[in-house]
Design a protein around this ligand. Structure first.
Ligand code: SF4
Length: 384
């Protein structure tokens, strides 16, 4: 688990359960929760279910019973990230600048670049992470729709990640003086709340997320495994650029637990090259190869944790004996891809609520409003 290696202060994991209980019990607060893709394939383990069990519906039911006013899906934010980051990539490819574009949804990776490769911070996508994008929209678009003062909204993100607690406090991830995400709880902390509330998790019925941020696609859910962001991006970029339907949407070259993977896609005669790394040692190898000129890439996806978010530092801890017989990364990733296959829509640009959000509020990807709410900047930091 990345808790041992995470460079974002994860070793000082701060519990936020008490603050979240207080917000829920405050009648003046409207408390909105969202859950990351990797949480739904691991939470069940805290209740004795086998590794790799999908518990999406039960998780939603549990969150409602805990008293959250709305239960949203971070996968919606992931779909939106694909729209924004995909457009950013196409713009940079057209202009031939700030390439390779590097993903920015993992706070461990972002902070690693800020500390150890500050000269490459401008290669990072300016997109906020999916949960931060969604937090910003909850306090603007959703607040407006519901007629709620954003000051009375509390946003809680359930994440597989301890680094997200740091990310949530970054002052640039805010709008009008309000943080996009107020509290981050890990998968383990959510399990603890469910236990404290005495909810019989295993026997809960399956329930659906709330809208407008509950509708998501298979592309959104695969963000939880290494290679997922690239696969989701390729599913959308290919169709937008070529105008043709991508028939084989399961891009297996980017899947699996090999440390560094490569993929190529032809877009109207131009070959776009991507690299995917998980674990920061592999990320460093990729960056060194790019810097030395040994390799050329247009797009680099990095997840700091081995296997991606499925084995994030906030996920249920698997004992050493079990880890000897089961590859946790593989089992949880299998469940992620199973979830993708079961969803009726599997491409981000086909998400009807994403389409509606652009029509009603944002205009178009990378618009002025999108930049104001969904994009950020980075800090060049000292080496440790
Ligand atoms: Fe967090 Fe996922 Fe990055 Fe790990 S890979 S630090 S869980 S965002």
């Amino acid at each position: 688990q990345c808790i041992m290696a995470c460079p974002v202060g994860a070793l000082h994991e701060k519990e936020n359960i008490k603050e979240v209980w207080m917000a829920i019990s405050n009648p003046e607060k409207f408390v909105v929760v969202q859950t990351a893709p990797a949480v739904r394939v691991a939470l069940g383990e805290e209740f004795g279910m086998p590794i790799g069990t999908r518990v999406t519906g039960k998780m939603v039911a549990a969150l409602r019973r805990l008293g959250f006013d709305k239960v949203f899906d971070t996968d919606f934010g992931a779909d939106l990230t694909i729209m924004e980051e995909g457009t950013e990539l196409l713009n940079r490819l057209n202009k031939g600048e700030r390439l390779p574009l590097m993903t920015s949804c993992c706070p461990g990776w972002v902070k690693f670049v800020e500390h150890y490769y500050p000269e490459m911070t401008e290669n990072l996508s300016t997109c906020k992470s999916p949960s931060e994008m969604e937090g910003a929209l909850i306090k603007t678009y959703f607040a407006e729709k519901m007629g709620i003062d954003p000051k009375n909204i509390v946003t809680v993100s359930i994440m597989p990640c301890v680094g997200k607690k740091f990310e949530g406090q970054r002052e640039e991830l805010s709008h009008n003086g309000l943080q996009d995400v107020d509290y981050v709880l890990t998968t383990r902390e959510l399990a603890q709340m469910i236990k404290e509330a005495g909810i019989d998790f295993v026997n809960l019925p399956d329930e659906e997320f709330d809208n407008p941020f509950g509708e998501s696609t298979g592309a959104g859910v695969i963000f939880g495994a290494t290679g997922g962001v690239t696969e989701a991006a390729l599913r959308t970029i290919y169709e937008i650029v070529t105008g043709k339907e991508l028939e084989n949407i399961e891009i297996t070259a980017v899947r699996g637990v090999e440390g560094i993977k490569e993929a190529e896609i032809e877009l109207n005669g131009k070959v776009v090259k991507a690299a995917i790394a998980h674990g920061l040692a592999n990320a460093r190898r990729v960056l060194e190869m790019v810097k030395s000129g040994e390799k050329h890439y247009d797009f680099i996806e990095v997840m700091a944790c081995p296997g991606g978010c499925v084995t994030g530092g906030g996920q249920p801890i698997v004992d050493a004996k079990t880890r000897e017989r089961v590859d946790v990364r593989v089992e949880r990733a299998k469940a992620i891809y199973e979830e993708d296959r079961h969803l009726p829509i599997r491409k981000s640009h086909k998400n009807p609520y994403v389409i509606r959000l652009y029509e009603e509020f944002l205009g178009e990807p990378n618009s002025h409003k999108s930049h104001e709410l969904l994009h950020t900047h980075y800090v060049k930091r000292e080496k440790y």
